[in-house]
Every structure is written in C-alpha cells, then in structure tokens.
Design a protein around this ligand. Sequence first.
Ligand SMILES: [Zn+2]
Length: 334
Amino acid sequence: MTRTINSALAVLTALITVLTLSIFVLPMNCGKAEAASALPTSGTKNITGTYVISSDCVLPKGATLYVKKGGRLYIREGVDVTLNGTLKIAAGGAVYVKGNIISSKDSLISNTGRLKIQQVGCLSLGGTLRVNKGGMVYGQGTLKVLNSFSDISCKGSVTVKIKAPEPVTKDGVTTVGGVIIVNRQFSLPEDYGSGLDKDTYSAFLKMKEASGYDMTIVSGFRSYEKQKSTFEYWASIDGWEQADRYSAQPGHSEHQTGLAMDITSLKQSYGDTAEGKWLAQHCWEYGFLLRYPKGGEDITGYIYEPWHVRYLGKSTAKLVHDSGLTLEEFLGVA
Ligand SMILES: [Zn+2]
C-alpha cells in the first residue's frame, strides 16, 4: 500500500515537473516560431494596425517591413530584430523599440514617421538610416553607430543618445565614424593637408550668400609649419601660457585638416554682432559647427571662438547641432 502511494506520488511529481518545464519552455519556442514566420521572407509586409514582435527574428535581404499610416510596430524588451532588408515607416506610422534593432551593412531604414527608441532599447546601425523630412528618431534609448556617421542622412530629427564608434588612428590621422578629430589630444602628421577642402569652400560660399553678410575667410588652411610660426608669434606677444589657450600647437590645429575656417573677425565680440549671431544660429544648415562654444573650454580645450567653424557635412552637422553637444562629447572622446 505504502509502495503504491509512493509510486503514485513519483508519477505525480514527474507529471508536475514536465508541466512546469513545458510552461517555461514551450511558449518561448512557440512565440519564436510565430514571430519569425510572421516576418516576410521576401516581398513586402504591410503593417496597418498593431503588430508586436515578442521574440528574436530576422528580416532577410530583399524583404520589406512597411509600417503604413496608422500602423504601430512594437519590439518588446530583450528581443533582437536583425535587419538585412528594409524597414520603411510612412508618415503617420510608428515603431516603438524596447528591444534591439540590429541593422546589417546592406539594410535600410527609411523613416518618414516616428521611430521611438525607448530607454532600454537600442538601434545598432550597420546599414543606412534615412530620416526623411518630417521623420523623427527620438526617445531615451541609444542609437549605436557601428561604422560611419555618413550612414545617416538626416532631413528630419534625431534626438536619441548617439553612441559613436571607437576612434581609429591610421597613418597618424584619427577618425571617429569617418569624422576627423584634431584637438589637444589628437594630432595630425607634419606632412598632412594641402589646402582648404573643396566641399568646405563651396559650403562656405553657399552660407555666405544665404546670410546676406559680407563674410570673409580670415584664416582657412594652415600647414604644420605655418601653425608653428603662428603659435610662436602669439607666444611672443601674450606669453606661452596665454597663447596656449587660444592658439594650437603645431599638429594640433584643426586648420591643418583643411576643414576649418576663421570667419570675419578674431574678436570674441564678433559673437555679439548680427553676423556672428547669424553664424552661430545657422551654420549647421550648411554643414558647419561652431567648434569652440562659450563655456566649453574644459571640454574642447579652447576658449570661446565665435569665428571658428568646422565643416562636417550637412547630415553630421545636423546631428551634432541637434544633440547640443561639443564635437568631443558627440564623438565620445571628451
Ligand atoms: Zn580657427
């Protein structure tokens, strides 16, 4: 009798174990299979209502997920969506990311609607992100740039935290996501540079025309040798320590990149003139950044220079401008 009860108990225990296990294991597997099969393997899947991705899945190359007007796509926390194809978000469509979107090299995200990256969410960008006019990438989450900032074209707005890739130094030149960085920490080789960059100059001409002011380039490209004599000149007037606050050591001047310019006046009062104010407010629209803002000396290494602009190209300049950060902070090298 006792034996029967014992074996009945054993059977019961085994049954409970199997049931408990299946509760934990089975729904996960089912969920995975469902979501994966729900994504298109080719062609386009239109999302017009609410669509939730609650387990890891892959959108293959050649396939498109199209969130149309009124459509809502949710990616649950902890879920990885690998994007090898295209994710399109129409105006009036929205994607909410609590998990991760991992976009591969050939993938495309084209956003005219809203892409909200929630605090715990992340978009790891290896492909192209096109933020079209009216499109928004926002939220408290992270946009992790894997390769280059030029993978992002930005006509709308991007206000999430942008995590830059690691600095890469090649032949003595350091870049972060394709953006050259030159400051007190990062220098250029003696023989680097051969004049003002062509794109920088034509962007300047466009900006000058749009401003309506008679902007002049006081100083554009400066070679290593020229910077050496420039610094020595200022040091002879103001003393080495004072000169070091506003004039760079040879190899450490952004002017040697051919992407930087001093405009119109080298006086801090230039920032209070109508032209200086216009420059500060609008230069990003033409691809420039006011490189040494007021109060930024501890980060940039230089005092407020309302005349010094650095060319970044339109998309990157817009991203830096929208972030409200200095270039050092934006590139993660502060
Ligand atoms: Zn300058």
